[in-house]
Ligand binder design. Structure first.
Ligand SMILES: [Zn+2]
Length: 90
């Protein structure tokens, strides 16, 4: 009777997908909060910065002309642009 061990060490890929999942949920929170009020100037959300050790609050703004969301942290340099893809602009 042969015995095969089919389990693989997937620690590395698990770590990557965990980071991706956390980023995806962070972005989903930002999109969700922004779509509730459609702020055209930077407006504070209830979302905390995702940077380790930062207690900043994320502000977001909808860039209406090109369907993007700009976000930034109140405490650190953490910021970004999210393409909402509403009209397919890349
Ligand atoms: Zn921050």
């Amino acid at each position: 009777m042969s015995k095969f061990n089919t389990s693989q060490n997937t620690d590395n890929s698990n770590n990557i997908s965990k980071i991706e999942r956390e980023l995806a949920s962070f972005i989903a929170l930002i999109v969700d909060a922004t779509m509730q009020s459609y702020p055209t100037v930077f407006t504070e959300t209830k979302i905390k910065c995702n940077k380790k050790g930062c207690d900043g609050i994320i502000s977001t703004k909808l860039l209406v002309t090109n369907d993007k969301i700009a976000w930034k942290c109140s405490e650190c340099e953490n910021n970004g642009i999210i393409k909402t893809g509403l009209n397919g602009i890349v």
